[in-house]
Design a binder for this molecule. Structure first.
Ligand code: GLA
Length: 385
């Protein structure tokens, strides 16, 4: 079942006998290009989408946080003095945010929190960032803490690192909080400067195909990639002291040290360094409305993610192949952390229906699984409804 602001608000009243003090929309995100570059201090091009979690919140006058997760029909009660990670991932995402506010010296209060929405979990559109950012904005408003969007994104990222134990970059939280309607944002993850970028290309549409798989390798592989990138920086630094992150390294530098990198670190570095240039090139392609160029960049990113970074999977490779061979598709790639989720496809408008139908039919025939198209529009970041 899907929820919207109204039904979440009604559920809040049914569960607590009060009207919510706050009603918030916290969106998921897509990313046009710049994958796995955020934790390498690079560039990303994400946008907030009209698939969201809605939060209804009110202080309850107790020393307890009471949560109702409507989408998964789960609930939890936690004492404010007992903020520590447990077995429930969704709850950890929420409690970690409270802990960050406490760490910054804010006096927490008991809350009733009811949330639900239309944001699929495991589809690579960052339901986790929506969880964190909806909760972060709730505390921000209720405690009148006054943090801006960048500060809240950093707070949420820190919560992921410290409480949830995932060393993620800042892209997802930043996009969920600071998205701009009808635009992607070009975010520089080194200094968090950003600007809005129109991504519409005449005669084309951005199409998401959800593979409906999410392999549980995703988390451990993510942590490993973050470590491999750090190893790459360590090697590069010995020869090029100015390299503080892979964002600073150039392709010739990486090539020069090819033999010096341990394990698969060379290919990880090659992907990241290339992705930096592809992201810059994508900005130009979008500015020029050049669908062929934009599509080619997507395809190159897919190849890099599949072969060098090794975060694709058979289902996604299959959906990519469907796109690659379709005459109405300019390019495609896996989106998000990897190992499932969605492909992002740049498709000629008049070919959309045929492509989606054919690709999903072939997918079902090959894997016995029903994928789906996720139709999204770009919207503003987290805000009150
Ligand atoms: C996940 C992380 C992000 C980013 C992407 C890959 O979504 O949360 O920080 O690293 O993977 O680009």
């Amino acid at each position: 079942m899907m929820y919207n602001d109204q039904s979440v608000s009604r559920q809040f009243e049914a569960l607590t006998n009060y009207a919510p003090a706050l009603l918030l929309r916290a969106p998921g995100r897509i990313n046009i290009i710049g994958e796995h570059t955020d934790y390498n201090q690079g560039l990303v091009l994400p946008g907030a989408i009209d698939r969201s979690l809605f939060f209804a919140v009110r202080p309850n006058g107790t020393q307890q946080l009471r949560f109702w997760a409507l989408d998964i029909e789960a609930a939890a009660v936690v004492d404010l003095i007992e903020l520590k990670p447990g077995n429930s991932l969704w709850l950890n995402y929420l409690l970690g945010i409270a802990q960050q506010f406490a760490k910054r010296g804010h006096q927490l209060v008991g809350l009733d929190v009811v949330f639900g929405g239309n944001l699929p979990v495991g589809a690579g559109v960052s339901s986790s960032a929506a969880l964190e950012c909806g909760m972060a904005m709730s505390w921000n408003l209720l405690l009148q803490a006054g943090y801006n969007g960048s500060e809240l994104a950093q707070l949420a990222q820190q919560s992921s690192h410290e409480f949830v134990g995932i060393p993620c970059g800042i892209m997802d939280q930043f996009a969920s909080l600071n998205g701009v309607k009808d635009h992607a944002i070009m975010l520089d993850c080194r200094d968090l400067s950003y600007r809005k970028v129109p991504v519409a290309i005449e005669g084309c549409e951005w199409v998401l195909l959800n593979s409906k798989v999410s392999h549980n390798l995703a988390e451990s592989a993510y942590i490993q990639r973050v470590e491999e990138c750090a190893q790459g920086v360590a090697v590069l630094q010995q020869h090029f002291p100015a390299v503080k992150s892979l964002r600073d390294a150039t392709p010739p530098q990486v090539e020069q040290l090819k033999e010096a990198f341990p394990g698969k670190v060379y290919q990880r570095c090659r992907y990241i360094v290339g992705e930096h240039y592809r992201t810059l090139a994508m900005i130009d392609a979008l500015g020029a409305g050049d669908a062929a160029k934009a599509g080619q960049l997507l395809n190159l990113t897919q190849l890099g993610l599949a072969q060098d970074y090794e975060v694709s999977c058979p289902e996604i490779d299959f959906l990519f192949a469907q796109a690659y061979r379709h005459p109405g598709v300019y390019g495609a790639r896996i989106m998000g952390g990897g190992f499932g989720g969605c492909t992002l496809n740049l498709v000629r408008k008049d070919a959309r229906e045929a492509f989606v139908g054919e690709a999903l039919a072939a997918y079902e025939a090959a894997f016995g699984k029903q994928g789906e198209e996720l139709v999204v529009r770009l919207v503003d970041g987290v805000g009150e409804v």
